[in-house]
Write a protein that binds this ligand. Structure first.
Ligand SMILES: C[S@@+](CC[C@H](N)C(=O)[O-])C[C@H]1O[C@@H](n2cnc3c(N)ncnc32)[C@H](O)[C@@H]1O
Length: 323
């Protein structure tokens, strides 16, 4: 795996984050190091220290070029952000998560994330666990349909799952092009302005391979445990399913118990977060220079001094659907 990529990753919604959290002080955790855009900006803006996590060894390889300049103000950790409180090992003043894949991951055909580039059907952000080719080879037709429907909102999920099972009986599906062709064969051609027919299915399989929703749910809980009172949580999501998880978690955690003296005492727990403003999308200027920011949405919240709750946030899951 090379340490460079053809297009640099342009950080999304970085200016609004920095504006919302200024002045940046104390210990921050960046759960999605990527090309280091957020990490470097936080350090340059005045963070005493940044703990930066990524599950992808490529992100760590790339960081070797610039990390030494920050000395021991930067701690790099290879791991998943669901473990962010354990990996941090200290209370935090801020947590940022910039979800999804980086431009480096998308651009490298051999990572298998893109139906636009032919490559091995991999899609793993780390180098661990089963790949997309393994999933497509072993999941039952029903499981495949549920993955496409629940994680990709693909209405033709059953038809595509049937086609995948039919084709894999003839020959193994091992490349992004193989899979894209099967999906395309089951859907009408995209009209101008519409996304490629394989977009939703590729998103769904990537989410399943990397357990992205499980990771996000656990990361939100871990941030609730690790943030100091007054600490900031900033999450950038890239599609509505992901944003819904963040939105519902923060709404739930920021909701005060109903107070009504004519009713028995509410058993609702007091808020562990206070929302900071409304969600933020990319400005026209940002969209003009970075089309990837088109679907991005930033949500911010401030930790209160109420102890973290034990209940996990609800996330869409095919296991729940299959029970
Ligand atoms: C959109 S990129 C982050 C880009 C970064 N903010 C920047 O400005 O360069 C997302 C990164 O998060 C990593 N990532 C995604 N899910 C993760 C998880 N559950 N645990 C750790 N890293 C994860 C990916 O490997 C990828 O490098």
């Amino acid at each position: 795996m090379g340490a460079t990529a053809n297009a640099p990753h342009i950080p999304v919604l970085l200016e609004p984050i920095l504006a919302a959290v200024a002045p940046v002080t104390g210990v921050w955790l960046d759960g999605t190091l990527g090309a280091g855009g957020y990490t470097r900006a936080l350090l340059d803006a005045g963070a005493t220290k940044v703990i930066a996590i990524d599950r992808d060894p490529l992100a760590h390889e790339m960081a070797k070029a610039w990390a030494p300049a920050y000395g021991d103000r930067l701690a790099l950790k290879l791991g998943t952000f669901s473990d962010l409180d354990t990996l941090a090992g200290e209370p935090l003043d801020g947590v940022v998560l910039d979800l999804g894949v980086s431009s480096m991951q998308l651009d490298q055909a051999q990572r298998g994330f893109s139906f636009m580039k032919d490559g091995p059907l991999d899609m793993r952000m780390s180098d661990q666990g089963p790949s997309a080719a393994d999933l497509v080879a072993t999941a039952s037709e029903g499981e495949l349909a549920d993955i496409l429907y629940v994680y990709g909102e693909e209405r033709a999920s059953r038809r595509i799952a049937r086609a995948i099972v039919g084709e894999r009986a003839k020959a193994p599906i091992t490349t992004t092009r193989d899979l894209a062709k099967i999906i395309e064969s089951q859907l009408p051609r995209a009209k101008p302005g519409q996304s490629h027919p394989a977009t939703r299915s590729f998103q769904a399989i990537r989410i399943a391979v990397n357990d992205e929703f499980g990771e996000l749910g656990q990361a939100l809980k871990a941030a609730e445990r690790a943030l100091k009172p007054g600490g900031t949580l900033a999450v950038v999501s890239f599609h509505s399913l992901e944003d819904r998880i963040v939105k519902h978690f923060l709404q739930d955690r920021a909701t005060a118990p109903a107070i009504n003296r004519h009713l028995p005492a509410s058993d609702a727990e007091p808020p562990t977060f206070a929302l900071i403003g409304k969600s933020i999308e990319a400005s026209e200027q940002e969209l003009a220079v970075n089309p990837r920011s088109r679907s991005a949405r930033l949500r911010l919240a401030r930790r209160t001094d109420v102890p973290a709750r034990s209940d996990a946030p609800a996330v869409p899951s095919i296991e729940k659907r299959r029970r």
